[in-house]
Structures are given as C-alpha cells and as structure tokens.
Design a protein around this ligand. Structure first.
Ligand SMILES: C[S@@+](CC[C@H](N)C(=O)[O-])C[C@H]1O[C@@H](n2cnc3c(N)ncnc32)[C@H](O)[C@@H]1O
Length: 220
C-alpha cells in the first residue's frame, strides 16, 4: 500500500486534547523501560532530547527514571506544549524538563551536547522523513544514544482497519481516526532502513518490535 501522509503538527485543540486524555500508561512505560535497558551506560543524569514530545508524558517518565536527568522536550504544536505544561505543573520533576516550541526542522543545537535523543510516534507525521535524521545528526555528537519508536505501515488499508479494531476498541472516534490515519502515513521497515542509509547513520538499525511498531536504536 502507498503511504498517505497526514498533517505534521497536531495543533488543533480537539485533536491534541483527545490525544492527551488517552491512556498511554502501558506503552509509554514500555518505551521508557526499553530505552533505559538499551543504554545501561547512560547513568542517572543524562541530558535527553525528546522530539515530538506531545503532552509531555514521556519526558515526565524519563525524568522520573533518571533521577538527575535534564530533559529537553520539543514539539512544533503550541497546543501540545501547553498540555505538556499542564502535565508537568506541580510535579517534582518540573524543574528538570525544558519545554520548547519548535519544529524538528528548526530546532537549534543545544549549548551542551545531548547524551540521548528519543522520539515516539513522530516519524510518521513528517512529510520529509529525512528531516528527522538530519536534525538528529545536527544536534548530537559521536556516541549519542538514539531511540526512535514509530508505527509501521501495514500492507493494506484493511489491515489498518483491523489494527484499529483490535487496539483502539472503545476509544473516542477522534483517537480511532487518528490511529488509522497514522498507520496509513507510517513507513515500512525497509523505507526507514533506506532513510538511515541515506543519512549515513550507520550506527542505527531498525527492527520490527510488534505487529504495528518499529524501533530504531543505536548510537550516532
Ligand atoms: C502522535 S504525537 C506523539 C507524542 C508523544 N511523543 C507521545 O508519544 O505521547 C506526535 C507529535 O509530534 C508533533 N510533531 C509532528 N510533526 C512535527 C514537527 N515537524 N516538528 C515538531 N513536532 C512535530 C505533533 O505536534 C505531536 O505532538
């Protein structure tokens, strides 16, 4: 099936709100646990960049499992950054998480190098996926850990319909629609592998980790 791109930014209040209200407890816990296990050498105080941070649940979890980490959480949608501000407000970790409204494409390199870059469910939003890999190259240095999770595009639209029925049963219509559109906008493992090769990111590899997810990990 050909890819059908969707809008990059989730900047409509209704869409951002529906996403923020959804229960991603299990998947986000698994994401952060997987990241920690993949890079045990990171220690307790890494400087972590989260690209496309959405409503801020993953940055908060990262700051909790890495007790002295600094996290820079970036999203191009002001609606999402506002929701992330609400997520962090009043938490003990708030002071260690910097929220930045910026597209991936326009992100300024940091004054201090990142030790790790993570991203969950951003890649499939990008009309030009190479911009993610170019940004990762631009804002990192040799040895930076990279952990990028995303959906993978199924073979046919009917498979996407089945996945929505199976994994989003009972969810609000907006969320089900977004999940379906995201599956159609996602890349295949082969496409991502080609993106990495074209970017010259030889230290990163893509693997299939579930019937709907792929993972890119390694070091720059
Ligand atoms: C599906 S959400 C994932 C949010 C979060 N990573 C999570 O897992 O909960 C994708 C996010 O990427 C953001 N996004 C999409 N394109 C972007 C771009 N070009 N630059 C920065 N953020 C972008 C959207 O605004 C949205 O908040």
């Amino acid at each position: 099936m050909e890819r059908t791109p969707e809008p990059e930014l989730m900047d409509e209040a209704e869409q951002a709100g529906a996403y923020a209200r959804a229960d991603f407890e299990q998947v986000n816990t698994a994401f952060v646990d997987g990241f920690r296990q993949a890079f045990p050498w990171l220690g307790g105080s890494p400087f972590i960049l989260d690209l496309g941070c959405g409503p801020g649940d993953i940055p908060l979890r990262l700051a909790r499992v890495f007790p002295s980490a600094l996290v820079q959480a970036v999203d191009g949608s002001q609606a999402m950054i506002d929701l992330a501000g609400e997520t962090l407000s009043g938490t003990e970790e708030e002071g260690r998480i910097m929220l930045v409204t910026s597209t991936v494409q326009d992100l300024e390199p940091p004054a201090m190098p990142f030790n790790a870059v993570v991203s969950n469910s951003l890649l499939h939003h990008l009309h030009q996926p190479e911009t993610l890999w170019q940004t990762i190259k631009r804002v990192t240095r040799k040895g930076t850990a990279v952990y990028v999770m995303d959906l993978q595009r199924p073979d046919a639209a009917e498979d996407a319909t089945d996945l929505v029925a199976r994994y989003a049963e009972g969810e609000p219509e907006q969320l089900r629609r977004d999940f379906y559109n995201s599956l159609l906008a996602a890349f295949t493992p082969d496409e991502v592998s080609n993106q990495l090769a074209q970017a010259g990111l030889d230290g990163l590899a893509v693997e299939v980790v579930s019937n709907r997810h792929l993972l890119v990990q390694g070091t720059v």
